[in-house]
Design a protein around this ligand. Structure first.
Ligand code: PEP
Length: 252
């Protein structure tokens, strides 16, 4: 049975002190009032990882980095490797977020290196895909997302693909307050699951958690999560407020 997952992406927000306070608050709410069958993940800045891992109950709250280096180690000033992330106690890595693709020019070749290094460390990649507004308006979003997947995760063998979480995040919905309609989100996630079934098989497609991300909030999470192919959310803005994040976790 595939997992239901709600993962927060704090992006470049909070100091270490603020982040630890937020993590403690989420942890407390999840332990006391959180839906038991939802996997909770907090995607924090690199600087916070060790402290935040220490601040939460590892049985209930998982920690993710938002990126990792495309190299294993060496003379790459400023980079943080998958092995370093693993050594903090974090267990997930967000890979291919549209902000990294757009602002840091991360293409499929780079993402494949990150995927390989992350998997090698036994970390779980949350692989992001999704189209820009112009592509959605042209009606070619399915072809676009298929190409993103064909060039990256669909090159992985079955046993590695099964270790991934996929997050579909239409760029036009990220941080804009414009959510994809429940039907648009469901249609794309069903399309992605269909691609996995065609490329691998139906059993594999059934096992992989596929999340929706893009202005997900306590107001729309219930509707989104009620869809058969939506296995949870990748949450940006609303993950910075512990009560809102809890409400999304409990939206199932
Ligand atoms: C994100 O950054 O992954 C995201 C979904 O952001 P927001 O929820 O703020 O749209």
């Amino acid at each position: 049975m595939r997992k239901k997952i709600v993962a927060g992406n704090w992006k470049c927000n909070t100091t270490v002190k603020e982040g630890v306070e937020l993590a403690k608050s989420v942890n407390e709410l999840v332990l006391t009032r959180g839906a038991k069958d939802v996997v909770v993940v907090l995607g924090t800045p690199f600087t916070h990882l060790i402290s935040v891992v220490d601040a939460v109950d590892a049985n209930r709250v998982n920690i993710a980095s938002q990126n990792c280096a495309a190299v294993a180690k060496g003379a790459y000033t400023g980079e943080v490797s998958a092995a370093m992330i693993k050594s903090t106690g974090a267990t997930y890595v967000i890979i291919g977020h549209s902000e990294r693709r757009e602002y840091y020019h991360e293409n499929s070749e780079i993402l494949n290196k990150k995927l390989a290094l992350t998997l090698e460390q036994g970390l779980t990649p949350i692989y992001c895909c999704g189209e820009a507004l112009a592509i959605r308006e042209a009606g070619t979003q399915n072809e676009f997302v298929k190409q993103q997947l064909d060039e990256t995760i669909f090159l992985l063998p079955t046993e590695q693909l099964l270790k991934l979480v996929i997050a579909y995040e239409p760029i036009w919905a990220i941080g804009t307050g414009v959510t994809a309609s429940t039907q648009q989100a469901q249609d794309m996630l069903a399309f992605i699951r269909g691609l996995i079934a065609a490329k691998y098989n139906a059993e594999v497609a059934k096992e992989i958690s596929i999340l929706y991300g893009g202005s997900c909030s306590p107001a729309n999470a219930n509707d989104l999560f009620s869809q058969p192919d939506i296995d949870g959310g990748l949450i940006g803005g609303a993950s910075l407020k512990s009560e809102d994040f809890l409400a999304i976790i409990n939206a199932y």
